[in-house]
Write a protein that binds this ligand. Structure first.
Ligand code: PLP
Length: 392
């Protein structure tokens, strides 16, 4: 590819742009992971993560991608043959289901058209019908990164309580944590799965499990063998801020900095900023005359917007035009919607002007690729963001 001056626009829904402050933190010399400086770092990140997940119980940090953290959640709590309730909200929910089935779990995988989140009413009905209490966990993807649709976790918790069912609640917050309001403890979530490369503004390489007392209890006598992923080994070491194997020292430097940045801005401000960017993006998309994949406004994702390609035009060819002409990466369609959509990531380290640059790049790309649209989407987004700035 030819040389492009200026920064690449990484507007996929993760990995996201890593702030200079985080890059500098990661760039420090690696330290002894059994020395006092590390112990202090470890204490800060382990306790800091609790504030981000909004929990007073432990958060476990693995040197792993999100997939590893998914696996840890399953094999620390469940046993082969256990029944699990999941919803086919998109590509990532499907992958988590595939993983669960590989482990011999019996998944009731409720279909959707990929344009809606998990339905709390179905959760309640399924759990009420399970009089023998065979369902051991309800697993939900909070923000489906392949579709730009969120599931309403507080309502799902309420549905589980209404049913009076003891199943665990496991939630994938891989693309929502640090960008979308999330409350592990208040919503009585048992396992929250997260990772580093999205709202936490870090490179890939850290996976998280936030764990409730009930999940920990389940992990004491469940039926899967494990070693690397074992919570109990991890927590024994973490009690003194050590790790049972070598941690990702430099990513933990970055994590400490990222937590500090999120807290300097204030988590509520971070969430409001993501809502604002999402609304500005949707206004642009509607102005272009294109369709948003998410059909339910209360399930719109604050972190990405998935746009349907009109007139059977290919999403991948469009993304290629944008990359070549404007040095911007947009998200591709995954799984069932491959080539039928493109995704605009608006999460993590970005501001009003980054977003406007992104939307301008999409609008110019539509023109260049010969895709029928109305002009003025970026302009409408500018007007909205200016109004919002005036109101602040
Ligand atoms: N879950 C969701 C919602 C995701 O967006 C992703 C990745 O994008 C994953 C799980 C898998 O995480 P990883 O690719 O870090 O293993």
């Amino acid at each position: 590819m030819s040389y492009h001056s200026g920064r690449h626009f990484l507007q996929i829904p993760g990995p996201t742009n890593v702030p200079d402050r985080v890059l500098h933190a990661i760039g420090q010399p690696t330290i002894d992971h059994r020395g006092p400086e590390f112990q202090k770092l470890s204490e800060e990140v382990l306790l800091g993560c609790r504030r981000i997940f909004k929990t007073s119980s432990p958060v476990i940090i693995y040197p792993a991608s999100g997939t590893g953290a998914w696996e840890a959640g399953l094999i620390n709590t469940l046993s082969p043959g256990d029944k699990v309730l999941m919803f086919e909200t998109g590509h990532f929910a499907t992958l988590w289901c595939t993983m669960a089935r590989k482990f011999g779990l019996e998944v009731d995988f409720v279909p959707t058209n990929w344009r809606h989140g998990a339905d709390p009413q179905i959760v309640e009905e399924k759990l009420k019908a399970d009089t023998e209490r065979k369902i051991k966990s309800v697993n939900i993807v909070h923000n489906e990164t392949s579709t730009g649709v969120t599931s309403r976790i507080a309502e799902i918790r309420q549905a589980m309580d209404n049913a009076g069912h003891p199943a665990l609640l496991m939630v994938d917050t891989i693309s929502s944590l640090g960008s979308v309001d999330y409350r592990h403890e208040e919503w009585k979530v048992d396992v929250t799965v997260g990772c580093s490369q999205k709202g936490l503004m870090l490179p890939p390489g850290l996976g998280f499990n936030a764990v409730s007392e009930k999940a920990l209890e389940a992990s004491k006598h469940n039926g899967f063998n494990r070693h690397f992923w074992d919570w109990n080994d991890m927590l024994k070491s973490n009690a003194n801020y050590w790790y049972p194997s070598t941690p990702s020292t430099n990513l933990l430097f970055g994590l400490r900095e990222a937590i500090q940045m999120l807290e300097e801005e204030g988590l509520d401000n971070v969430f409001a900023r993501h809502q604002r960017f999402a609304e500005a993006t949707r206004r642009a998309v509607r102005t272009w005359g294109l369709e948003i994949l998410c059909e339910e406004p209360k399930e719109y994702s604050p972190v990405l917007t998935t746009v349907m390609m009109p007139e059977n035009k290919g999403g991948d060819a469009f993304r290629k035009v944008v990359l070549n002409a404007f040095n911007m990466s947009l998200g591709s369609g995954l799984g069932k919607v491959a080539d039928k959509v493109f995704r605009i990531g608006h999460l993590g380290y970005l501001n009003d002007l980054t977003l406007i640059g992104t939307l301008a790049g999409v609008e110019m790309g539509l023109e260049l690729a010969g895709i029928k649209h109305q002009k003025g989407g970026a302009q409408v987004a500018m007007e909205y963001l200016a109004q919002q700035a005036a109101a602040r």
